[in-house]
Write a protein that binds this ligand. Sequence first.
Ligand code: ZN
Ligand code: ZN
Ligand code: ZN
Length: 339
Amino acid sequence: MTCTISFLPVGNADSIVIQTDDSMIVIDLGNLSVLEEWIEQHQITKIDRIYITHAHGDHFPSLIKLTTFIDNYQSKIKIEKIHLPYKVIEIATQKMVSAQNDPKNGKLRFALKRIKEWYINREIKHSPIFLDGENYSDKILKIEPLHPSQHYIESHFGLDKSKLNEISVVLRVVYGEFSAILLADIEGDGLTELLQLKTEFTANVVKIPHHGAWPKNGEDLKTLLEFIDPEIAVLSVGSKNQHGHVKPELFDALTNLKSNSLKRLNQFICTEVTRTCKSSASDCSAMDKKGLSSTEKCAGEITIIAEDSGKWTLKTETNHSNVVRSFDYAACTERADLI
Ligand SMILES: [Zn+2]
Ligand SMILES: [Zn+2]
Ligand SMILES: [Zn+2]
């Protein structure tokens, strides 16, 4: 028996699928067509949980696209429950009430109606998810939210759109002795809050937050990564991103962790190639924050196959080490020597 965690190559976005003999879990819907292809290929017949970590478009396409996606699959796949972003239904409902006769809102109105019908007919449940809220568990697999607490959201966030990353849902996946921490897009004050959690953070695998951004409180991210002390760090990053991801500071932090003999990290790996992997230092600074002109897979789909003993193996869609060897600066080996 194994637990596989697959990080799909969805660009600067997240879409993660977790499978055991008993469970099928989806975390974030960063690119629905990639996920749909994966679902077809793997002949999925049920999804126990869909977690949407926060309401940014690279994790959550929209209520309209979500309902279309589910309606397309509902005859083939049994979906049990969706953990929607905080207050997303309430915000959409308010919008409907304040613009009742606006024909542009027809699709959203229909989406809300479908979600309500699923709920009333007991087809698909939905709820937000908080720290100390509902854990998912089957025989061996457990998924536990570590952030945010309901109190944190209500006292800190309100409905401030600029703080969505800070309240993104951080999940711990436990399979016997194996564990992974998925950091969504956590940053800023949310990251500091997470660090204060009185919990054992150690995990075999970490998903680096926010597609390789470097938060203003980078020291907190460094400390968190030291606490987690992962054996592998996975970056879900897009070639065409124009944010300068993956940031050199993050590569520095990961490189330092990797060379620290007291720490376990021995690999960090990206789904797609970024400008940092491909270009010489001078090219990189000339390119400023522009992404690459086309998508190129680095590892492509990254799959961790874990046993309950804690042992795990890595499978990549590309022959990742060959991809890396062809670059001047392979970012996922060590950071580019940027000027
Ligand atoms: Zn985000
Ligand atoms: Zn994101
Ligand atoms: Zn790579």
